[in-house]
Design a protein around this ligand. Sequence first.
Ligand SMILES: Cc1cc2nc3c(=O)[nH]c(=O)nc-3n(C[C@H](O)[C@H](O)[C@H](O)COP(=O)(O)OP(=O)(O)OC[C@H]3O[C@@H](n4cnc5c(N)ncnc54)[C@H](O)[C@@H]3O)c2cc1C
Length: 444
Amino acid sequence: MPEPKDKPAHWGVLGGGMLGLTLAHRLAQAGHRVTLVEGSPDLGGLTSAWEVGGVVWDRYYHVTLLSDFNLRSLLAELDLEREIQWRVTRTNFFTGSGLYPLNNAVDFLRLPQLGWLDKARLAMTILYGSRIENGRALEKYPVEEWLVRLSGRRTFDKLWQPLLRAKLGTNHSRVSAAFIWAVIRRFYAARRGGLKTEMFGYVPGGYGRIVTALGRLIERNGVRVKAGHPVTEIRRAGATLRVQTDKGGFDFDRIAVTFATPLAARVCTDLSDDERTRLKDISYQGVVCASLLLKKPLGGAYLTYITDETIPFTAVIEMSSLIDGKETGGQYLVYLPRYLPSDDPFFEQADDAVEEEFRSGLLRMFPELRPGDIAVFRISRTRHVLALSTLNYSSHLPPMTTSVPGLSIVNSAHIINGALSVNETVGLANKAAERLLAADRPLR
Ligand SMILES: Cc1cc2nc3c(=O)[nH]c(=O)nc-3n(C[C@H](O)[C@H](O)[C@H](O)COP(=O)(O)OP(=O)(O)OC[C@H]3O[C@@H](n4cnc5c(N)ncnc54)[C@H](O)[C@@H]3O)c2cc1C
């Protein structure tokens, strides 16, 4: 597969989220001709920006961790790393009987509902999980079995299960212990000194600024960017791969599809039945997420985990507790996500109905908040966020190379030893670029 030096391959990178953008960047840096094809009018995918009542910020909330080294070095290439604002943030728990802080060891010891022994076992679980370097060995254990063994049944029922349900909905029982291991490890890394203070960062201007800078950089390096071109079909046509979009076709020598596997399976018509089935068999979690502008703050915790099942969303993210007030014109930006299996009927709910349900849940959680304090409410939804880390996940995962010569499918489903994040996404793009450009060998 390495190209003769005088004839660089023409690569089509399909999907202009952080994965596609970084991959296109790396392929262009290696001297290849690259065209990036994105379906939406704007680049960025899950990190794209949108406008809420005059405030432009991420459509879905994002933070950067001190340990996000892949992302931080990409930001350094964009000359944005030195602008990251690091802040100590706070975390709360909402159990139905009230809000409980969870910021340090003292808060932890005060957690209601759990006895001393439960707390000791919980702390041991977190510490033990954070020390495991490679989570693949945990793929064989159902998450419940692993957590009950380490933390005990009561802590699982009262804490872990509601948290898993919050992130995974009805899919929570299908994941392996590798899922919770990756989450523990990522968030443990965000806390300086283990259970001590939590530090999160952001770039002024949010991801909109990062995506714009990366888009400009790749264009300067010769990448042709075709946004607003949803791919409808990819098929082999003689020696080339032809990509059909709503607005015409492109021919490439090599293609890397970076969007979710079920979407890739739909457009890659030359795949074998077996490949198509394996791709479609990967289950995804999506999210319905509201962005709100409030006239007053909620209480200053960046993240509030919710273990009360009567609340219709699964967490509260008070972005304004992290970012400078001038980013939001002095108003308070809050996100209310509800994670769901990608085929959940809730995705079909009209915005008005979602808004009504979410508003009443928020007012119940924060009794001091008045309906008039909610100035703007906007809802976004996406069915493909996270590939579910089911039992023995990596042994079922199709390799990045397909049976169609020149066609690779590289997407976040290939993040197998970490929690979904931009940092892992950038790391995957770096690794995939190296492997795609190396000898023609299996890419996993
Ligand atoms: C609610 C939420 C909160 C998050 N919080 C954080 C956080 O705090 N920190 C963090 O690091 N990460 C966070 N993430 C994760 C992060 O956003 C993702 O890991 C990352 O953006 C994934 O990038 P991607 O390129 O793999 O996928 P995507 O961003 O989904 O990109 C795929 C792209 O393909 C395009 N596409 C799809 N179909 C077609 C087609 N047929 N033709 C052409 N283009 C197509 C899409 O439009 C999209 O632009 C969060 C995600 C969500 C949803």
